[in-house]
Design a binder for this molecule. Structure first.
Ligand code: LLP
Length: 441
């Protein structure tokens, strides 16, 4: 198996994460269980700050909370000195309740409600990333009504199609997000923003896509953004002071995945930025990058208990298939269903004792919720513990109660200590919001 972060096999032949034996974690906290490796999260935060900070004088790194956000996570991000990108009223509320400094928050969303914008303005968030003319007009009205000023970035579409699953592409021309650069929409919106008395336009933003394993699209994007900043200066006289290139690099889901390192990302992005700035004669803006997946993805492991196996004959290649049933599935990890996402797994309670076989890991939902097709592992037995790796990003964050499965607990591990940071839901939690109208009683 690939060993990520602090993962290792201990002398009991069990998978250990953060110095904690996963067999014990499963006994203590139950399964399915999300285990988050705190040290790896912190190391990734530090890598981003160091890699960008040593190469460029003006850097801001907001962690994209959509990947994984709980109150404890907000604390870690705060301690590590990153900013925090929140993409809804709920994420904003979570961060504020955790005591995260509002001036380090960046509020995102393509359809922020009046209520969300008001919460952002009243709590004094550092930046709001405006997505449309409609939103600029709403911000103009709300800032006047509330008597508050706000600094904003304008979300643009650089018109790039990155090499990633079509459902996680966002920077192409035909996208619901932001305003087109090539179409002139973004410039028109900037002209409007510059007239708003309480709205201060500090810069521009784009996000092109996620799980990017090559840097070319980020490099294209930064060039397009700098060229656009020059165009803005020529057309309006305004010099924008911030440029945000959106999410970070991809991660390893399979041993053969080779994402660029954070260092390489910083080196090439900043190299391209500096060159383009020089050509355009623009001063250095603050450079911002908003990584989510690459901060938390490899730090998460989901532990499942193996149930029964089905070894069946199938009419097509490969002739047989062994289905290994686990006690979770698309409710705790919908990514295979949504994006045909791939994962690797291994037994957590032993690394020998049966032969290696090609098996298919099946969820327990009333759907064909296959978590992993045809993966090579030690043949599991009922009761074994299965660890699925790289589940830290967009798993807990996207979990649901489909089939009325309670959502799993999340445990944070570090230096042999395990702390529950999200309690497992109970059956009572499932009916908490249900109401039976009197006419049905
Ligand atoms: N900034 C913005 C404005 C974003 O929309 C995103 C991700 C990020 C930053 C962080 O990107 P990252 O560093 O994580 O690549 N649910 C999908 C991913 C959706 C990404 C949405 N935006 C998945 O599970 O693959």
């Amino acid at each position: 198996m690939m060993l990520l972060g602090t993962q290792r096999l201990n002398d009991r032949d069990h998978l250990e994460i953060g110095g904690c034996d996963t067999v014990e974690l499963a006994e203590r906290f139950g399964t399915p269980l999300y285990v988050m490796d705190e040290q790896l999260i912190r190391d990734n935060c530090r890598k981003y700050l160091a890699a960008f900070g040593k190469r460029y004088p003006r850097v801001k790194v907001p962690y994209a909370g959509k990947a994984f956000l709980t109150m404890a996570m907000a604390r870690i991000i705060q301690e590590e000195g990153l900013c925090l990108d929140v993409a809804s009223g709920g994420e904003l509320y979570t961060a504020l309740e955790a005591g995260f400094p509002a001036d380090r928050l960046v509020l995102h969303g393509n359809n922020k409600s009046e209520e969300e914008l008001t919460l952002g303005l009243q709590s004094g968030v550092g930046r709001i990333v405006a997505d449309s003319v409609f939103e600029l007009e709403m911000l103009d009205r709300l800032t006047r009504e509330l008597g508050r000023d706000v600094s904003i970035l304008l979300r643009t579409k650089p018109g790039i199609d990155p090499h990633t699953h079509r459902r996680i592409q966002t920077g192409q021309e035909d996208s619901k997000f932001g305003l087109g650069i090539k179409t002139g929409e973004a410039l028109e919106a900037i002209k409007l923003a510059l007239t708003l008395p309480r709205v201060k336009l500090t810069g521009i933003h784009c996000h092109i896509g996620s799980q990017l394993l090559h840097l070319d699209t980020h490099l294209d994007a930064i060039q397009i953004l700098v060229d656009f900043m020059k165009e803005v200066q020529d057309a309006t006289g305004a010099t924008l002071d911030e440029v945000n290139v959106g999410g970070g690099v991809g991660i390893r889901y399979l041993p053969e995945h080779q994402p660029p390192s954070i260092d390489e990302f910083a080196e090439r992005l900043i190299g391209t930025l500096e060159q383009r700035l020089e050509e355009s004669g623009l001063p250095r803006p603050v450079l911002e990058v908003e990584p989510g997946r690459s901060i938390v993805g490899e730090a998460g492991t989901t532990l499942y208990r193996v149930g029964g196996l089905k070894d069946i004959e199938i009419p097509k290649e490969p002739g047989r298939r062994i289905y290994v049933n686990i006690d979770g599935g698309m409710s705790d990890n919908p990514r295979p269903q949504l994006y045909e996402a791939v994962y690797s797994c291994a037994l957590a309670n032993r690394s020998s004792g049966s032969e290696t076989r090609t098996v298919t890991i099946a969820g327990k939902h009333c759907e064909t919720d296959i978590l992993i097709w045809d993966t090579s592992v030690l043949l599991p037995r009922p009761g074994d513990l299965l660890a699925v790796q790289s589940t830290g990003a967009y798993n807990y964050a996207m979990a649901s109660n489909y089939n009325r499965l309670p959502r799993p607990a999340v445990v944070l591990v570090k230096d042999g200590q395990a702390d529950l940071i999200v309690q497992r839901e109970t059956y009572q939690d499932l009916i908490r919001q249900d109401r039976i109208p009197t006419r049905l009683t």
